[in-house]
Write a protein that binds this ligand. Structure first.
Ligand SMILES: Nc1ncnc2c1ncn2[C@@H]1O[C@H](COP(=O)(O)OP(=O)(O)OP(=O)(O)O)[C@@H](O)[C@H]1O
Length: 255
């Protein structure tokens, strides 16, 4: 079990400093939230962790691996899976096939042997299908496997996204606003699912989230950004009582 260590990460876009020497550590097996007012740098931070943006300076380490210079697929191959703020699934394909696509990086049989249905490729395919079914059961999608994703309610689609990320067998999961656009019942279900991913699978989770109630309920630790700088880092109770955080959310200078 490895920590994710973000050290002095700075991201500049043409004169604008979106992240300014931000540091935090995600302890193994914990839920770590990154929050902050609009424009604070949350999405930029998320994009650096997943390799979409390259930090101008600083480092991101996951265990022994330095992620800073790696492209998104290399970061994924190291066991860091992500979900998207806007659902990024194939809407016409059944849930089952979307989940199977999530296992792509773990597939060793090449395209040709799979196409020719060679015995080793068939065996491997059966193993992946069995694992997809297990993961579907874990996230409560067993009855939905045959449905095209696009026909499912939004909250269920978000669960399919999470399941697809789990299909990569990650050690770290990056969740981009996992409850955005959900009704309160769906939010509750997603919160329970995130906690069971941490507790039953032991996967570390970093989430960027606007829903403060959700963050306070879910997170073991919270990093608060404002204008690209880290203004607080602590337990939910600690950051909630921090004058700098209160100031940032009220639009004042804080301390
Ligand atoms: N690709 C980009 N090019 C130029 N500026 C950018 C880019 N991405 C983000 N920014 C700027 O960096 C700053 C931080 O933006 P970011 O989207 O990371 O904040 P955020 O906390 O995720 O905001 P929100 O809560 O509104 O999504 C903003 O001033 C934004 O305009």
């Amino acid at each position: 079990m490895e920590p994710l260590e973000v050290r002095d990460v700075t991201v500049r876009f043409a004169g604008l400093t979106a992240l300014d020497a931000v540091s935090f550590t995600v302890a193994p097996g914990t839920v770590h939230a990154v929050i902050g007012p609009n424009g604070a740098g949350k999405s930029t931070c998320f994009n650096v962790l997943s390799g979409v943006y390259k930090a101008t300076s600083g480092s991101v380490r996951f265990g022994d691996a330095e992620l800073t210079a790696l492209r998104p697929h290399r970061i994924a191959a190291l066991g860091v899976a992500r979900t998207f703020q806007n659902i990024a699934l194939s809407p016409r394909l059944p849930v089952h096939d979307n989940l199977l696509l999530g296992r792509h990086r773990l597939t060793s049989s090449g395209f040709v042997s799979a196409g020719l249905r060679l015995p080793h490729a068939r065996r491997e395919q059966r193993r992946h299908v069995a694992r997809v079914e297990e993961i579907a059961e874990f996230v409560g999608l067993t009855g939905k496997l045959a449905f095209p994703v696009g026909l499912l309610p939004y909250g269920v689609q978000k669960r399919v996204e999470l399941a697809r990320a789990l299909c990569m067998e990650p050690r770290l999961l990056l969740l981009d606003e996992p409850v955005a656009g959900m009704n309160s019942g769906e939010r509750q279900e997603m919160a329970e699912l995130i906690l069971s991913v941490r507790d039953s699978l032991g996967i570390s989770i970093v989430l960027v989230e606007h829903d403060m109630g959700m963050v306070m309920r879910l997170a073991d630790r919270v990093t608060v950004l404002d204008f690209g700088r880290r203004i607080a880092d602590g337990t939910p109770a600690e950051v909630q009582a921090d004058p700098a955080v209160i100031g940032a959310y009220l639009g004042t200078e804080g301390t």
